[in-house]
Write a protein that binds this ligand. Structure first.
Ligand SMILES: [Zn+2]
Length: 253
């Protein structure tokens, strides 16, 4: 029977598509996890580079200040030597002021050096923490990257095998029916539903009796008015030990 062949093909296609979806979801999440780790590593490396640069900059500034300190200390020494040679009180006051001024500038630089030392120390400690974190991720990546790549390869192989199977199956489905299948699948995730007792197997809506009777004849596919899936009739599988039921479909509501 032609419709039965189409039903079989659709059922197999539907099963294959859900297996494919599962594979692709797995692939997606494994790739994402790997990408995230690589990104995190890259970000930490970038941060370490910036921290290193800023420490170098602070050291450069501190060395400049140390040089200035030495020069100032010479100047102060000179001013001190000048002091006894002053002939007027005015001259002595001026020399005194100059020395005080220099001492103040000297102290300012000392404070600045202190501040830079503190900041550089903080940055170094921060870098230690970042390095620990970075090395941990690098080790994790090193340990798992090989296995993950293998796993990704397996998943990709599985997916491509299924895609080939899918092509063969699609060729067995009437083109108009396949277009309908794809349309519903893209919207709903799955596109096929069956009915054994007058309700849709996927959305569980009770079908209008006319539609159910029409589908029962299995002459053409129906469409669930609620979820739009392609509907066909399937005989209820009777459990081996269950008594043969003479009752019609149970009417829930
Ligand atoms: Zn439905």
């Amino acid at each position: 029977m032609k419709l039965q062949a189409q039903i079989d093909a659709l059922e197999r296609l539907s099963t294959l598509d859900s297996e494919l979806k599962e594979l692709q979801d797995q692939l997606g999440s494994e790739r994402e996890a790997l990408t995230k780790k690589r990104q995190a590593l890259g970000e930490l490396d970038g941060k370490l580079g910036r921290d290193r640069q800023s420490i170098e900059e602070m050291e450069r500034m501190r060395n400049e200040l140390l040089l200035e300190l030495r020069q100032m200390s010479n100047q102060i020494e000179k001013s001190r030597e000048k002091l006894p040679r002053c002939r007027t009180e005015r001259e002595a006051n001026a020399a005194q002021r100059e020395m005080e001024e220099l001492r103040k500038l000297y102290r300012d630089r000392e404070i600045e050096i202190e501040r830079l030392n503190g900041l550089a120390e903080q940055a170094r400690q921060g870098m230690e923490g970042t390095t620990t974190e970075r090395d941990k991720i690098a080790a994790e990546l090193g340990e798992t990257e090989g296995a993950t790549t293998t796993r990704l390869g397996e998943l990709e192989g599985g997916a491509s095998g299924k895609l080939t199977q899918r092509k063969d199956l699609v060729a067995q489905v009437q083109p108009a029916l396949y277009r309908r299948y794809e349309l519903v699948r893209k919207r709903r995730g799955t596109a096929v539903a069956c009915t054994t007792d007058g309700t849709c197997s996927e959305c569980h809506m009770r079908l209008p009796p006319m539609l159910y009777q029409q589908i029962r004849r299995n002459e053409e596919f129906g469409q669930c008015p609620s979820c739009n899936r392609i509907l066909y009739f399937k005989l209820e599988a009777q459990p081996a030990d269950a008594p043969q039921s003479e009752e019609g479909p149970s009417t829930g509501a």
